[in-house]
Design a protein around this ligand. Structure first.
Ligand SMILES: [Mg+2]
Length: 329
């Protein structure tokens, strides 16, 4: 199959503040495949090295090396060190002659701003039907955050769920105190706590998970398929946040689900990918059948509409004409 690739850099609608600084734009690669019958398919490689994937430079080097004609055998040999490329090429190949996909929209979790902003920010999404929210912790002192959290839990309507994301900011002692506090005040509304300790503290994470009542979800600890496999072998009892665009070959996850990994242990989440990757992910969700609200409430930074016609894909490919570069193989 013939193919082309394009480099894009798309400004974010507002800068995203992370522990690693301010992001102002998102870069990635788009793929366009065409078979001998003239059927086309599209894919997107959207790596985030700060979140555990390869670098964009590595993906560009890959695209420069690959031959002019792709085969399933070539795609199958893409290394585990290039998970975003595995996702991009596998989904592009699958899409040839299959576009547009008919995908549905799933319930989404809304991210609340840190600090007291959360106390009112839940209202607008709640009026649109959102019932799952996420609040970042580990930003202020535990006392300050618990004070706000008590107010937030009191105002959130019946039936709503709240996720807390510490992004690995706590130490073991702080985490234990937080879980004790949550046992007293959070029961019923806290869905889970995400990444309470940094990824390298894997044994502390395992022992913490044995002793707490509220579920723990691993996020930064589990980016690529081999990491998920390893935590399963270690007997991790909690949840996993999966960013499909960084995970690697989607089939790896499908196999684990067929082998008995319970879908209710998975939370699917965005890596701020574009519309082509997002639509591919939603097509995969039709088989993965998510049980929990998706972490795709990222429109504030990057809007990535689901693509519903072949013309939508062509438009995505060409909207990069202003700030993308095209390479033919
Ligand atoms: Mg997280």
């Amino acid at each position: 199959m013939r193919w082309q690739w394009r480099l894009y850099e798309e400004p974010l609608q507002e800068p995203l503040v992370t522990a690693k600084g301010h992001w102002r734009s998102r870069r990635g690669l788009l793929l366009r495949l065409e078979n001998d019958e003239g059927q086309v398919g599209y894919g997107e490689i959207a790596p985030l090295p700060g979140w555990g994937s390869e670098t964009l430079r590595a993906d560009i080097a890959l695209c420069q090396q690959l031959p002019r004609h792709l085969t399933p055998e070539i795609i199958a040999t893409l290394p585990e060190t290039l998970p975003a490329a595995q996702f991009g090429f596998a989904t592009a190949w699958q899409s040839v002659g299959q576009l547009p996909y008919r995908v549905r929209s799933w319930p989404i979790c809304a991210l609340l701003g840190s600090g007291r902003a959360a106390l009112t920010q839940w209202q607008a999404p709640w009026q649109r039907g959102v019932t799952t929210f996420k609040w970042k912790v580990g930003v202020m002192s535990p006392e300050a955050e618990q004070g706000i959290l008590r107010e937030l839990l009191a105002v959130l309507p019946q039936g709503t769920k709240l996720r807390l994301d510490a992004n690995g900011a706590w130490d073991l002692e702080t985490a234990r105190r937080w879980f004790n506090w949550l046992d007293c005040y959070g029961a019923g509304k806290i869905e889970y706590v995400e990444q309470p300790l940094p990824p390298h503290q894997w044994s502390a994470l395992l022992s913490l998970a044995q002793t707490v009542r509220i579920a723990i979800a691993l996020d930064e600890s589990v980016v690529r398929a081999p990491e998920l496999q390893r935590w399963l072998e270690w007997g991790w009892p909690g949840l996993f946040v999966i960013k499909p665009a960084l995970f690697g070959f989607p089939e790896r996850l499908s196999v684990l689900l067929r082998q008995g990994l319970e879908p209710q242990r998975l939370v699917f989440s965005s890596a701020l990918e574009g519309a082509i990757a997002r639509t591919a992910i939603f097509q995969l969700l039709e088989t993965w059948q998510p049980c929990r609200a998706l972490g795709f409430g990222v429109e504030r930074w990057r809007s990535a509409p689901l693509l519903t016609s072949l013309a939508d894909y062509t438009a995505q490919w060409h909207r990069l004409d202003n700030y993308g570069k095209s390479y033919s193989k």
